[in-house]
Design a protein around this ligand. Structure first.
Ligand code: GLN
Length: 226
């Protein structure tokens, strides 16, 4: 993939121990960001924000300890902007059953892993995302379910009401200050609005001209799964 990053492009890290980090990289590069793969403690230096991808939270937690990344990552997430998707939400949350090690515990939500069932029960669903000003197409792959939202946590995406049976209105995206957790995979769609919102509104980064509020991703809004 050819990077569109310019010399002044913001640097954003993507935790790349396991999971779909390459898809996040592609989304971020489409927004003109310089992406750094984070696999070692020194990779966290000098980045303006970090993405924790989907994948397998149990494997990622084990690898955090094996690579020595846990401590520097804990320090990073206490102070800097972080977006976690799917397994990333599990890493950011306060814990849940079946984890081999404690999560990072910076997002006051309780999640239930694999709550929608097995791989074959993965699904796509319409969402309401007030922070984006409207609907978003959610891709859920063995997704976690947010079963408790802390009092200082804002819900930024919900399952659309009325079309998904009893699940309508359920929170699937949350924000607490600089920390954002999404149970679905925006990096698997061509719709870049959640990435753009995180980078500009949450992390306060400046994107290259043409990749700000009304840029490319808005034009692609509503794109389906890749
Ligand atoms: N089920 C996975 C876990 O528990 C998450 C799946 C995903 O990230 N798509 O970590």
């Amino acid at each position: 993939m050819i990077s569109l990053a310019t010399p002044s492009a913001p640097k954003v890290g993507v935790l790349s121990l396991q999971g779909d980090f390459a898809c996040h990289r592609a989304s971020l590069e489409s927004l003109g960001v310089e992406v750094r793969r984070v696999t070692l403690p020194r990779d966290l230096e000098g980045i303006g924000a970090l993405v924790l991808p989907g994948g397998e939270s149990t494997t990622m937690l084990r690898l955090l300890d094996a690579t020595g990344l846990r401590e520097p990552l804990e320090a990073f997430v206490r102070e800097r902007p972080v977006l976690g998707t799917c397994a990333g939400v599990i890493l950011l949350g306060m814990g849940g059953a079946g984890l081999p090690a404690p999560p990072l515990a910076v997002l006051d939500v309780t999640v239930e892993r694999n709550a929608y069932g097995r791989q074959i029960d993965s699904f796509e669903a319409g969402l309401e995302a007030p922070v984006l000003g409207g609907p978003f197409h959610g891709v859920f792959i063995r997704a976690p379910r947010i079963v408790r939202v802390g009092k200082d946590v804002e819900v930024v995406a919900r399952r659309s009401r009325g079309v998904d049976g009893g699940a309508g209105g359920e929170p699937v995206g949350v924000r607490a200050g600089r920390i954002v957790g999404l149970c679905f995979h925006p990096e698997l769609t061509s719709d870049l609005r959640f990435h753009r919102w995180f980078l500009t509104e949450v992390a306060g980064l400046r994107l290259a001209a043409g990749e700000t509020a009304a840029g490319r991703g808005a034009a692609l809004a509503g794109g389906g799964a890749a």
